[in-house]
Design a protein around this ligand. Sequence first.
Ligand code: ZN
Length: 512
Amino acid sequence: MKAGGLKRRVLLQGGSIALMLGVHQIARGATILAVRVWPAADYTRVTIESDARLTSQQLVVGSPPRLAVDIEGIELNSELRELVGKIKPGDPYINGLRVGQNAPTVVRIVFDLKQTVRPQVFSLAPVAAYKHRLVLDLYPEQAIDPMEALIAERLRDAPKPGTGTGTGSSNNGSAVAGIAPSPAPVPGAAPAPVRPAMPAGDPLGDLMAQQSMRPGPAAPAPPVVAGVDRPFAPPVLVAPAPLPPVVGTAPVRPVSPPVAAARGGATASRTDRIIIVALDPGHGGEDPGATGPSGTREKDIVLQVAFRLRDRINAGSVNGNPMRAFLTRDADFFVPLGVRVQKARRVQADLFVSIHADAFTTPAARGASVFALSQSGASSSAARWLANKENDADKVGGVNVGNHEAQVQRALLDMSTTAQINDSLKLGGAMLGEIKGIGARLHKGEVEQAGFAVLKAPDIPSVLVETAFISNPEEEANLRRVDYQENLADALMRGIQRYFAQNPPLARSRQL
Ligand SMILES: [Zn+2]
């Protein structure tokens, strides 16, 4: 760096050997380029980006809980000082921090914590738009159990009949809607210990049974084909309700009139079990996904679509059984691909739907597509290209590959998935048909296949939906529109309903 060179010259003129040694270290050291903080219930990540690899040591200290991190070979600069202001009050783990030059070439950051953490500190080599990254992941001492989180969310919704879910409302006009993410599960609220194996029975269903007198959900977005209260009624599927041809910028009502408003007040008591659909908004946090020509980020759009689909699912039912959406992420933070699969398995999801809006090498590429896993080759070179790109998410988002859990996850992903793929193709086909029904372009008329890591849950039908190409200017504009997102969520919901009509969910007696 220029400044370093200047400083060295000045100090050399000073003639002190001790100073020369110190300066030599600084000259070899790194410069901090940027700092980022991604608070989330699962974990809070602090990323320190630099022009050379950083080495660090950390120390966890007890009451009050603190984490001290010494980063070697750097000087405190304005970028690093910005870290102090980037801690948000709602951060589940970090109360605040202090940063200072602890020794001539050592910067010490002391995090004042809200709870004791299990830190994971690791380095990432340059990738995509990033230079070297030092990553500090602050996990709770006891990992949040997705099933516990789902039950907690269910409980939170339950005591407020008639208030709606509070998310995904579409009264914000046409621009990218300010969808407030649902409050994340409170990590400090004494989560139960993680169970080593899948739960037996149906904890959510038990919970529902206890609350059998709860009125039906008064969601702001009545589902298009939800609430079918008898064994599946094909007419709903034969004649999907035509959606109003909404164009323009006026606020759009969530959905056209409910086809089946027959969800009477006490029907919620008929709960054999809850149908759980895992929704997986791609990317997040350090991994923005694709970026459109106007700067729209894939990670933001897919989260919005997932919230809209969640509202429909949470207001829906299958064969009289209520549905519940589980989001693999509900905020802007990164979730490794293996963890997404693991979370869906933990809640015993009936389906897994990964939502994306990727870019292609040419802006002319357009249209929606749906993918299932392939255990052999990809169904096209484009599908292979896309799967490789998606599978790179872990590199961009940043995974601690030395972590034992990461190795276990990879082993899991090598299990056989032949039966799963057959079901996934059916689910994907149902969704493609519905996407076509809303007048969206299809990139290809059939479900494609490739080796997507996120689709590898061996026991859950799993599809990846590319809602559109964000690299296409027209499709980028569509993706930002509330009405387009609503129509898309409707279509995906109808696809799910159609799949279940032809492939009724099994009774939950399985225990893995
Ligand atoms: Zn993507």
